[in-house]
Design a binder for this molecule. Structure first.
Ligand code: AMP
Length: 571
């Protein structure tokens, strides 16, 4: 066992009373020329100090290769990327997309983009061509960093739909020739903290994906939560298992740990229980940030496998992204010797808002308490005359279920949905930011997740908008109507099930069913495609023509349909 390490935060109530965001800002460096830039805080300031030769990224390739990248080296490679953007004539504010496996170049591209004050938008490599095209188009991507294989399979088929995309940089020879030949120093221009930095796409019930925009000032929250919630200490070896294509993999897989100057394990491979245990053991991971689906897959692989590995270096194991069932928390305590610390946040909040802290007793099944600097509440929202802007918001008491809401103003709060001001405004009412989640708070101030207030689906940690899946299905000539719901799955939380109505004269048989599954998978990619499809003679809609997904779900799960008058208010 390693020697006990005192948590950075020892008394939550005390910290909540004394915490000021201005103090958290003062813990950062600031640019020599003025302002605040994420990449300076994450790499350059360490590269110029005593931590220059500390390993920033301990990269482990999927086929056994390994590379250690120091803070000095990461500062240099990210500067090369920034200099490349400048040479290409990319203007600050333009959007650089990445569709990349977890390789060191992805991290150099992210930080280099931020140095150049362009906006970084990471995409899941598991997306198919359709979600990629939609996001590149919405974000008006100027530059795309990808690999030759991903380009061939996923971008080439949609390239002609992206006239704004001017430069594609392919990791490998192309990168080595261009980025690798650029200067290794880059002076970051003064960066106002309100400068746009990151664009993360998330999903709503209706319409296209939403591009949540974050600014450089968010780094104050990333750093503070890295220290206070993930409890990062200088010598930590930290492993965030999330891909940067999901906001967790950027906020906590890149920014927070690097601003804290720790060593980040970056695993290029996909989940494999044995491999994960080996990584934890060999790299002596001390702080581990993972997700419920992965934990449940580890549970399925059995405690025996875990016990064959020395996991004693792990001091703190945290989980995010989906409801963490109490059994998983307890399993952690039995197998790792410590429970999983669940925490809650979402793309829009940019950083952790509610958490079971290292210093707190974990309540299995609870997301924890609001972290210092964050005021949360449970509210009832009654629509007013003028939509959400005129909505009446009433704060509820202990044990009442309502919408989880936060008082706006923390540094990593999103600053808008790209090109959708109205949608952004609707997230705020009565002095609250409304999260779209239903929750309750117990008498001791712990928050408990209840469900979503809308129809979006969380499957294996991915937030999936039903509309995006339905739209892909509707492109098949045999389909006239499609509705998509999440159905419970013991591992993934929910999996996607589609209900499809076919054109008259088309035979709805097994062959068509597998054709549709393949069609959707090819377009959407495995992370978003439906797991199963059933044919339905017709789909339930409201009188105004809105799909009643909730009714389909209630019928599917044998739940009372009577709930629906209240549930069917999402948009
Ligand atoms: P995303 O924006 O993709 O990170 O998804 C955010 C959503 O994931 C939240 O609004 C919740 O619905 C869900 N979520 C995140 N963390 C938790 C958690 N600890 N427990 C339950 N649901 C969570």
């Amino acid at each position: 066992m390693t020697a006990p390490v005192a948590p950075n935060l020892r008394d939550l109530d005390e910290a909540r009373r004394t915490f000021r965001w201005a103090d958290a800002r003062a813990a950062l460096d600031g640019l020599p020329g003025g302002g605040l830039n994420i990449a300076h805080e994450a790499v350059d300031r360490h590269a110029r100090g005593p931590r220059a030769e500390v390993v920033a990224l301990r990269w482990r390739g999927k086929a056994g290769a390994a590379r250690d990248v120091t803070y000095a080296a990461l500062a240099a490679s990210s500067s090369q990327f920034a200099a490349t953007l400048r040479a290409l004539g990319v203007a600050p504010g333009e959007v650089v997309f990445a569709l990349c496996p977890r390789v060191p170049e992805l991290y150099a591209a992210a930080l280099g983009t931020l140095k150049h004050r362009a906006v970084f938008s990471p995409l899941f490599p598991a997306f198919g061509p359709e979600p990629i095209a939609t996001r590149l188009h919405l974000g008006d991507g100027r530059v795309l960093v990808t690999t030759p294989a991903l380009y061939e399979r996923k971008v080439a088929p949609i390239r002609d739909r992206l006239p704004g995309l001017r430069h594609v940089i392919l990791v490998g020879d192309d990168w080595d020739r261009t980025v690798g030949a650029a200067p290794t120093t880059y002076e970051i221009a003064p960066t106002d903290p309100e400068t746009p930095a990151l664009l993360h796409f998330t999903s709503g019930t209706t319409g296209r994906p939403k591009g949540a925009l974050h600014v450089h000032g968010a780094v104050v929250a990333h750093h503070a939560t890295g220290r206070l919630v993930l409890d990062l200490h200088d010598d930590d070896v930290f492993w965030c298992t999330a891909d940067p294509g999901w906001v967790t993999g950027t906020s906590y897989g890149i920014i927070a740990p690097l601003t804290c100057g720790v060593t980040c394990v970056v695993d290029e491979g996909e989940f494999l229980a044995e491999r994960w245990y080996q990584l934890l053991e060999r790299e002596r991971v001390t702080v581990w940030y993972t997700a419920p689906t992965a934990i449940r897959m580890l549970m399925k692989a059995g405690a025996e496998l875990a016990r064959r590995h020395d996991l004693s270096a792990v001091r703190l194991a945290a989980s995010v992204g989906e409801p963490l069932n109490p059994e998983a928390v307890v399993w952690g305590a039995q197998v790792l010797g410590r429970p999983f610390h669940d925490n809650w946040w979402q793309t829009e909040t940019g950083g952790i808002m509610i958490a079971n802290l290292a210093c707190m007793d974990v309540r299995p099944g609870s997301m924890g308490k609001p972290v210092p600097g964050i005021d949360a509440g449970i509210v009832a929202v009654e629509p007013g005359e003028a939509g959400a802007a005129g909505a009446v918001v009433r704060e509820l008491g202990p044990d009442q279920v309502g919408q989880l809401a936060l008082r706006p103003g923390w540094p990593s709060m999103f600053r808008g949905y790209l090109h959708e001001d109205e949608r952004y405004r609707k997230c705020f009412a009565g002095g609250w930011y409304l999260t779209g989640d239903l929750a309750r708070r117990d008498a001791d101030g712990y928050y408990w997740f209840v469900g979503r207030a809308d129809d979006v689906i969380k499957s294996a940690g991915h937030l999936i908008g039903p509309f995006e899946v339905e739209s892909a299905l509707l492109e098949h000539p045999a389909v006239v109507e499609a509705a998509v719901i999440g159905v419970p799955d013991p591992i993934a939380g929910d999996v996607i099930k589609a209900f499809v109505t076919v054109r008259p004269g088309v035979t709805a048989d097994a062959a068509l069913n597998s054709e549709l599954l393949g069609f959707a998978r090819k377009r959407l990619g495995p992370a978003v495609a439906p797991r199963s499809i059933v044919f339905a003679p017709e789909l339930p809609r409201t009188r105004s023509g809105k799909l009643m997904r909730r009714l389909l779900r209630a019928r599917e799960l044998g739940l009372p349909e009577g709930d629906l008058s209240t549930l069917e208010s999402s948009s």
